[in-house]
Write a protein that binds this ligand. Structure first.
Ligand SMILES: [Zn+2]
Length: 148
C-alpha cells in the first residue's frame, strides 16, 4: 500500500515528486473515501462542525488518512470553536510542510503532510500559547489512534 510507483509518476509529471509516498490520482481514489480524496488531494475543506474530530478529547495520535504518517498529538489539541480540529503545534516539526495558498482570494499558509503531500488544512497566528499558532485541520485528513 505504501509502495511508490515510479513508472506512473514519470508519465504524469506531477509536482509531488519530492514526496516519499507517490501515488497517481487513480491510486488515491482507490484507497481514500470521496471526502478524503477531495480534501487531501484536491485541497478541499470539509464544512465546519461536520467532521468527526472537532470535539474529540480522546488521547492519542492523529495520523495522516492518506499515508499513516503521525501528524498531531491530542496533547496539543484545543477547542478553537471554529468547528475544525485545532492544534497549537504538530507532533514533530518535520511531520508537516507549509506553503502559501492564494486560493479563494485569501493569502493563507497551507499545511500538508510531509510524507505524501496530502492537504491537511491551514495554520493561522491566532492560536494559544506557547506557539500562538492555530493549525486548523480537516477531520477527514486525520485518523486518530487512541492510547489509554
Ligand atoms: Zn500523508
Amino acid at each position: 500500500m505504501l509502495q511508490s510507483c515510479e513508472a506512473q509518476d514519470k508519465q504524469t509529471k506531477k509536482t509531488t515528486s519530492t514526496f516519499e509516498i507517490q501515488k497517481t490520482e487513480q491510486e488515491w481514489k482507490k484507497i481514500l473515501s470521496p471526502e478524503a480524496f477531495y480534501v487531501l488531494r484536491q485541497q478541499g475543506t470539509e464544512r465546519a462542525f461536520t467532521g468527526k474530530y472537532y470535539k474529540t478529547k480522546d488521547k492519542g495520535v492523529y495520523h495522516c488518512a492518506g499515508c499513516d504518517n503521525p501528524l498531531f498529538s491530542s496533547e496539543h489539541k484545543y477547542d478553537s470553536g471554529t468547528g475544525w480540529p485545532s492544534f497549537w503545534q504538530p507532533i514533530q516539526p518535520q511531520s508537516i510542510g507549509k506553503r502559501i495558498d492564494y486560493s479563494h482570494g485569501m493569502v493563507r499558509n497551507e499545511v500538508y503532510c510531509a510524507k505524501c503531500g496530502g492537504h491537511l488544512g491551514h495554520v493561522f497566528d491566532d492560536g494559544p500559547k506557547p506557539t500562538g499558532l492555530r493549525y486548523c485541520i480537516n477531520s477527514v485528513s486525520l485518523v486518530l489512534k487512541k492510547v489509554q
